[in-house]
Ligand binder design. Structure first.
Ligand code: SF4
Length: 320
């Protein structure tokens, strides 16, 4: 079927990768789920693009036999927790998450033991082991809504992201015990440069993800999950937006609101460090090879999977 090919790490890659992936998708009865922070080509070949909550819902309801997860490890792991009998592929197993890494299971178990009587609400950006120690999982879309459903008298540990936790405290008026984790990408935006951009673009709306630090969030006109930011750009009458999150989302913003000007917020130094290095490990070539080789596959111990499933199911029920 493919007349020409190029070599990639001793494996042949067809030149028309889009056609090759489409063909494998049919052969495997596979679905490709992609996060908004993936490179544009991956977003364009995906069956479904979304934020963590939307992708979890999609993973929970798919009839496909194979889930190809173009995102990072904890997301593919969540798909596996929900679909133990399906093959879940991640194009690059090294695609981890700095935030998930700031919450090692052993230390978190000790932290939990030091706070008896607390329930644990964990942001989905954590390992299966941390999920297994949690009572409820949340995403940036539903964290405020879920905390509001917990009785006032019930003390809560919120993990692993301290910035999202602080934002939830502010929105709900609740006092949460915060695990001090953070994302290297969202903590890298420069408050000073955002203020300078606001002066240059006085009509622009500043829109930010709640994983950003509080001094940055203070300048935001709107704070929300990646999906909420996308909807805001489409629905708000402003013509210019300063986007304070991973710039991968800008591809969908351009597609859904082609007439709007989108200005990526700059990082502190002159680097590309507002791009998630883990998300960007996945490429179209690796995605093709993962489908062709049915590897790398996500595997989990059944004990951890079963314990991690309960708080995810609770989230899906509570956020209906
Ligand atoms: S942007 Fe941050 S939280 Fe999201 S996957 Fe990358 S490192 Fe993790």
């Amino acid at each position: 079927m493919f007349t020409s090919a190029i070599a990639h790490k001793n494996q042949l890659i067809p030149q028309d990768l889009f056609a090759a992936i489409e063909s494998l998708k049919k052969d495997l009865n596979a679905i490709i789920l992609a996060h908004y922070y993936q490179e544009s080509d991956i977003q364009d070949i995906a069956d479904y693009i979304g934020d963590s909550l939307e992708l979890s819902r999609k993973a929970a309801n798919t009839n496909a036999d194979v889930i190809v997860f173009a995102g990072v490890h904890f997301m593919a792991e969540t798909a596996k927790i929900l679909n133990p009998h399906k093959l879940v592929l991640l194009p690059d197993l090294e695609a981890g998450c700095s935030l998930a890494d700031t919450c090692p299971p052993k230390e978190f178990a000790a932290f939990k033991a030091a706070h008896p009587g607390h329930i644990v609400i964990s942001y989905i950006n954590c390992s299966a082991e941390i999920k297994a120690m949690s009572d409820i999982i949340c995403t940036s879309s539903n964290a405020v809504k879920l905390v509001q459903q917990i009785p006032e008298s019930q003390p809560i540990i919120f993990a692993p992201d301290r910035n999202l936790g602080r934002y939830v405290m502010q929105e709900t008026g609740r006092d949460l015990v915060l695990w001090q984790g953070a994302c290297i990408v969202h903590e890298n935006f420069s408050e000073k440069k955002i203020v300078q951009l606001k002066i240059q673009h006085p009509q622009a709306q500043v829109i930010a993800h709640p994983e950003c630090e509080e001094p940055v969030l203070r300048h935001a006109d709107f704070i929300g999950s990646t999906s909420a930011l996308l909807n805001f750009v489409q629905q708000n009458s402003a013509q210019e937006f300063i986007v304070v999150t991973e710039p991968g989302i800008i591809h969908q913003m351009h597609k859904k609101a082609p007439d709007k000007e989108l200005i990526p917020a700059p990082p502190i130094s002159n680097c590309a460090c507002n791009e998630c290095p883990f998300m960007k490990l996945n490429t179209l070539e690796k995605l093709y090879l993962a489908m062709k080789n049915k590897s790398p596959e996500i595997t989990l111990s059944e004990d951890i999977r079963v314990r991690a499933l309960k708080p995810i199911q609770r989230m899906l029920e509570m956020s209906k």
